[in-house]
Design a binder for this molecule. Sequence first.
Ligand code: DGL
Length: 257
Amino acid sequence: MRTIGVFDSGVGGISVLKEILKEFPNDNIIYFGDSLHAPYGDRSIDEIRKLCLKVSDFLVFNKKVDALVIACNTATGAAINIMQDRYDIPVVGVVDNGVKEATNTTTNNFIGVIATPATVKMNIYPDTIFKLAPKNNVFQVECPSFVAMIEDGWVDSIESNNLIKSYLDKFPENIDTLILGCTHYPLITKYITRYFSGKIVNPAKETSKSLKTLIGEMNFKINPSRVFFVSGELKKFKKVAEEFLEQPIEDIRKIIL
Ligand code: DGL
């Protein structure tokens, strides 16, 4: 029996979980959505780090997960190095994986990144891209408000469309690849594509593949469990998460660490 822990500041990590469930259908999963403290991306790096470690300690020490997926770019930027040092289990984040896919996808080497204010401030995407493929040009735009709007259940209104457009208008026109540098954003891909016609990179699939390279496949588990711990409002989380996952969430528990 094996358990994979997946966590995010809220419902965004569901975009990663969706791919994890495809690659690991036979593993137990524990998902943690720290929605009481979302958005992480508006907080200081120090604050984000403390919140992340509370959640990851709970998953690793209390729930004894066998692998940890940081399904949050902001948390990956703030805490992946600390977590990899702190725990004796595989820990994967989303940023390297998004970068891998984007640098393989771009044909003109102009990459755009939309992310939370904290992720942009940490500069983790440009740094990682330049390390892997220095010939690229990287432009980042922070998108405050997106996370809160997605947590609340995105409303397809004139205002929300104008907001997407206003963020994307900040990029130079020759960006051919756009990284969704926040795991919440894949939940609104269909609205983003109204204003961006290039290639869109959601790091989730690559993240799940890289976890598979690390821990391999489990063939023998029957009826694996899927447990969701949420620190904020359960009803709201369940509704948004089920809609994106396209499957019901049965075992959901409120917890405040
Ligand atoms: N989903 C998260 C990310 O990928 C964090 C969003 C937030 O809480 O600000 O960055």
